[in-house]
Design a protein around this ligand. Structure first.
Ligand code: IYT
Ligand code: CU
Ligand code: CU
Length: 357
């Protein structure tokens, strides 16, 4: 009679083969720059892949492959349509390089959502077990667009100081080294029950000269769904000091209970970080975010697309069990000077905590 000890290796083998997430085949698909030669010091380039919308795919992992170390950060957008029909285009929100006749357009033409972000030397983000982003059929993601922010620095000897004009031979710049930075997408065709989504909180508004400004936004969840946040990303330009995101619920006396979801100095690599407190958010709860901005400038700074404008963003990556992610993907307010949390009726505000790291 073989004692249970004899069974142990077989049990271990069985457990290994099925794994906790049930056995399903995971394939890999590359999305990468088509050997572009970034010739200017600062450049945002985008390249698309089309998803076969006759089928559903579930992305369960992202493996960065940033060659050449010229990639400062990369973003992966899910789109209904790409920003351009070209194989590669300039999609800089803040690129200062005026690349003359290089066609420029935003990453997506329509139906934009960020589904992954990578930054230099940042650890990779693992989705929780059984969680995946659905793309293709039954999703409004028919394209994936990779945006790479090239930040070439002269000391690396990649950028020749001399003035060069950008000549494209099928979009291959004649100056600089060919780059094929990108991602390996891990996906399965087996339908997953936990679908990932991203909810973006942001503001408009402006920051007064030499002022400290709280740019705030909040939205009540109106859909009858339960979301489980697991990661967050902050994004501002140069004036951002702290970005904090909260779940706000109301107790029976109408007092707001605030739970921190994530807080970060936005000048650290802008990618998705694990959530601070794992909570479930449901209909009637409120999501709120504040960007604390400090301006040392002599004139107003407005929210906008250029390098010297500002942005205040708190991205929340979550999953829903059995059902679709939230259909509303954005929560934007006018921001300062017309919108603040207390004007919007929020109370018991963690005023200090929300602005201190
Ligand atoms: C005006 C603003 O805040 N723009 C941000 C947030 C934003 C992102 C997406 C706005 C819209 C979007 O569809 I996606 I409308 C912004 O442009 N953020 C940048 C881009 O996502 C690259 C960032 O890095 O977060
Ligand atoms: Cu960057
Ligand atoms: Cu921005």
């Amino acid at each position: 009679m073989v004692g249970w000890r004899g069974l142990l290796p077989w049990l271990a083998l069985w457990a290994l083969s099925t794994g906790s997430s049930g056995a399903y085949k995971v394939e890999k698909y590359s999305i990468a720059m088509p050997n572009v030669k970034p010739a200017s010091e600062e450049l945002y380039l985008c390249t698309p892949i089309k998803i076969d919308h006759q089928k559903s795919y579930f992305i369960v992992g992202f493996e960065p492959n940033a060659t050449m170390h010229t990639a400062h950060h990369m973003l992966l957008f899910g789109c209904s349509s790409p920003g351009s029909k070209l194989p590669v285009w300039n999609c800089g929100e803040m690129s200062r390089a005026t690349t003359g006749d290089m066609p420029s357009a935003s990453p997506c033409g329509s139906g934009t959502q960020i589904i992954y972000a990578w930054a230099l030397d940042a650890p990779k983000l693992e989705l929780p077990d059984e969680v995946g982003f659905q793309v293709g059929q039954n999703s409004n993601i028919d394209y994936l667009v990779l945006q790479v922010h090239y930040h070439l620095s002269p000391e690396k000897g990649i950028v020749q100081r001399k003035k060069y004009n950008l000549k494209y031979i099928n979009f291959h710049f004649v100056v600089g080294q060919p780059d094929s930075s990108g991602l390996l997408l891990h996906f399965t065709e087996r339908p997953l029950t936990k679908l990932a989504g991203v909810y973006l909180l942001g503001t408009s508004g402006s920051i007064a000269p030499h002022a400290t400004e709280h740019m705030e936004t909040s939205c009540q969840i109106e859909e009858d769904k339960v979301i489980h946040p697991f990661a967050y990303r902050t994004h501002t330009h140069k004036l951002g000091k702290v970005v904090a995101g909260y779940k706000v619920s109301v107790d029976k006396n109408g007092i707001n209970q605030w739970t921190l979801l994530g807080k970060r100095n936005p000048m650290t690599p802008q990618m998705f970080y694990p959530i601070e407190n794992e909570v479930a958010i449901q209909k009637g709860d409120t999501l709120a975010a504040r960007c604390t901005m400090v301006s040392d400038r002599d004139d107003y700074t407005k929210i906008g697309m250029t390098f010297n404008d500002e942005m205040c963003n708190f991205y929340l990556m979550y999953y829903v069990e059995n059902g679709k992610p939230l259909s509303s993907k954005y929560c934007f307010t006018p921001g300062p000077p017309s919108y603040y949390w207390n004007l919007a009726g929020l109370n018991n505000i963690p005023d200090r905590e929300a602005s201190l790291l």
